[in-house]
Write a protein that binds this ligand. Structure first.
Ligand code: CA
Length: 380
């Protein structure tokens, strides 16, 4: 079997209600899917986490990487990964080159599963669980919420009512606002629902520590991206100062980047994004690295159903850490903000039952793309 084509599908959709996090406002959502087709007619889907960089990513996939792997055996995932990573190594290693590679790698896993007639989790060594507890990511700032934290509290409560056992909200809007917003949400959802916070690296170490202390009475599950990803020393300082678990890694790349984050003791939880850090192949290696250092691994997901399916297969295959009768849950991030692409792109959406996402059981990623919907969002 040979690779016949590698196509990028940039997708875009305007939002009814713009929202912001600590770095910018979103008025539209984007996604970038990758389709690898073989000479036998089999195909696989992958996804790249892209924001607005899709023109550059699509060019990397189709004009730089595609010519390098046309005619190659799609089952030689590691060979292809190494070839593409090494091809751009001198000016790559992180960022767009690794993101583009991720989408191709995920599609190759989908193809392998279809060839074998097995779900990806089976190819990764089998499922420790067939459903994964999901947490709702939301509580971004909208215009109405800026001066009325009850908007955030109501949103959080709606996720609890949908069955989510944990929610994650945005911080990074300034210490005073963050403190009001987080207390408001904690009060609304009560003590039995998990609550995590995410600053998207809006703070320096001293400010992040001050925020953590101001929220000591809020039972915060983890504090995500307190400082910029380059500031590993800052991560360490925040982690030493606070009793809250520190999480990060969605802006880190490959085993080499995670080696620093993990071995220097920067985080309690690593959050590699399968769609930028190097695909399923690389995230599997990062998960092993994390396990070796007794750091929990919970992939970041902010994409469509392709990204969710890839994360579910990987999480299904990761052992409990540490093992116990009642182990700490492996959590799946489920972004609940408005995203018509995510909601409509799969023929059969990812199933949620009592706050758990069910691991797809079909061959490969176990998903099908609705190509008519795909075309309706497609950019050229
Ligand atoms: Ca995040």
């Amino acid at each position: 079997m040979k690779i016949k084509s590698v196509a990028a599908y940039p997708l875009r959709c305007a939002l009814e209600q713009p929202f912001s996090y600590s770095q910018k406002w979103f008025k539209h959502r984007t996604a970038l899917l990758v389709k690898v087709v073989t000479d036998e007619g089999l195909y696989g889907w992958g996804e790249v986490f892209c924001h607005d960089a899709w023109p550059a990513l699509a060019a990397l996939i189709e004009r730089v990487y595609q010519p390098l792997i046309l005619g190659q055996d799609p089952l030689s995932r590691e060979v292809i990964w190494d070839k593409l990573y090494n091809w751009t190594r001198d000016y790559g290693q992180k960022g767009l080159t690794t993101a583009a590679l991720s989408g191709i790698d995920i599609a190759l896993w989908d193809i392998l599963g279809k060839v074998a007639g097995l779900p990806v989790y089976q190819l990764l060594g089998g499922a420790f669980r067939d459903r994964v507890q999901a947490y709702a990511t939301g509580m971004y700032l909208t215009e109405p919420a800026i001066d009325d934290p009850s908007v955030l509290a109501d949103e959080a409560l709606s996720y609890v009512e949908q069955g989510f056992k944990a929610v994650k909200m945005k911080v990074g809007f300034g210490l005073d606002r963050d403190t009001v917003y987080v207390h408001s949400v904690r009060e609304a959802i009560g003590d039995s629902t998990g609550l995590m916070i995410d600053a998207n690296h809006a703070y320096d170490a001293a400010t992040a520590i001050a925020l953590g202390r101001a929220l000591e009475d809020c039972d915060i599950g983890w504090f995500e991206e307190p400082v910029v990803p380059e500031d590993i020393e800052g991560y360490c300082r925040v982690r030493r100062a606070l009793d809250i678990s520190i999480a990060g890694g969605e802006a880190e790349f490959s085993r080499y980047g995670f080696r620093e984050l993990i071995s220097r003791g920067a985080v309690d939880i690593v959050q590699p994004d399968i769609c930028i850090t190097g695909g399923l192949s690389e995230t599997g290696k990062i998960a092993v690295l994390a396990q070796t250092w007794h750091v929990r691994c919970m992939p970041h997901v902010w994409g469509t159903g392709v990204a969710l399916a890839a994360a579910l297969h990987l999480i299904a295959s990761l052992p409990d850490q540490p093992p116990s009768l009642n182990p700490l849950p492996k959590l799946l991030e489920m972004d609940r903000t408005e995203n018509p692409i995510r909601e409509n792109i799969l023929v059969e959406p990812i199933q949620l039952v009592e706050g758990d996402a069910l691991v797809p059981q079909g061959p490969g990623l176990g998903i099908e793309i609705d190509e008519a919907v795909l075309e309706s969002f497609r950019q050229s």
